[in-house]
Structures are given as C-alpha cells and as structure tokens.
Ligand binder design. Structure first.
Ligand SMILES: Cc1cc2nc3c(=O)[nH]c(=O)nc-3n(C[C@H](O)[C@H](O)[C@H](O)COP(=O)(O)O)c2cc1C
Length: 132
C-alpha cells in the first residue's frame, strides 16, 4: 500500500460525489458516483455499499478500483488505484452501517479501498506521471 500525502488526501476529501471505476473480469469498465465514503487513514478509504449493482459484482470478480479527484481552485487532479476488500462484519462494517443508518440507507457492505498507486492527473507535462 502507499500513503496519500496530506495535500492529495485533502483534494480527495473535497471530491463529492466521488467517481469510482471498476471493471468486470473481461475488462469491461464501469463508473459510478459515490457520496457515502470516508478516508479512514493515509492508505485506506471506506465506501458504503447502499445501491451498488454492477459495481459490487465487478468488485467480487475483480477487486480493483480507480478513483479520480479534481480541485478546481488548486487546479490539481489525482488518480488513485488500489484493491478492495468487501466486509460485512467487523469494525469497518460498523462504521459503514453507522453512516448508512444516519441517512436511513441499507448499508449492505463496507468496501475498503487500499491505495496502491497514485498518479498526477492534472493537465500539463506531468499528466499521467506516477507519484507513488
Ligand atoms: C450523487 C450520487 C451519489 C451516490 N452515492 C452512492 C453511495 O454512496 N453508495 C452507493 O451504494 N450508491 C451510490 N450511488 C448510486 C451509484 O452511483 C449507482 O447508481 C449504483 O452503484 C448502480 O450502478 P452500478 O450498477 O454501475 O453499480 C450514488 C448515485 C449518485 C447519483
């Protein structure tokens, strides 16, 4: 896993809704918006599965995910790639159900995103460069 530096973490934290991209086993891509998520620590972001359909099926078959965030004031964008653990019990599931309960949503699972790669996604000469 890699650690998100604090400036990148702040930009991700402001991205609401956050787009998350998954793919099925054949590589067919899928992207959805998510508002119920929380940065747990420098390496981990928790997503709450309330309504995931293809997203959940994709992650069960292929536990890889990418997200992208853009801060229009800082004019910076970062892309994070990582792997997902699907949890339906335990401390992180309890956080997910707490968030879901507060909005009267189903809270079916915690999708725990472990950050493995960070890329610069800002337009310009460094676009696409791996940072971590
Ligand atoms: C603004 C917005 C926020 C959303 N937030 C969540 C969320 O936090 N959790 C969730 O399970 N689905 C959320 N959804 C639903 C998903 O975006 C999507 O509709 C759902 O996963 C079904 O698509 P899929 O079949 O590609 O997974 C949200 C949708 C919108 C438009």
């Amino acid at each position: 896993m890699v650690k998100m530096p604090s400036d990148i973490k702040e930009i991700v934290a402001k991205q609401v809704p956050l787009p998350i991209a998954t793919a099925d086993k054949s590589g067919k891509p899928n992207v959805v918006f998510v508002t119920m998520w929380k940065i747990l620590d420098d390496e981990t972001i928790l997503f709450v599965d309330n309504f995931f359909n293809k997203t959940r099926k994709n992650l069960e078959a292929n536990p890889q995910m990418a997200i992208v965030a853009y801060d229009s004031e800082a004019k910076k964008s970062y892309q994070l790639k990582g792997t997902i653990e699907i949890e339906t019990s335990g401390a992180r599931f309890d956080i997910a159900t707490g968030m879901a309960d507060a909005k009267k949503l189903p809270g079916k699972a915690a999708l725990v995103f472990n950050v493995k790669e960070i890329y610069n996604a800002t337009y310009g000469p460094d676009a696409g460069k791996r940072l971590a």
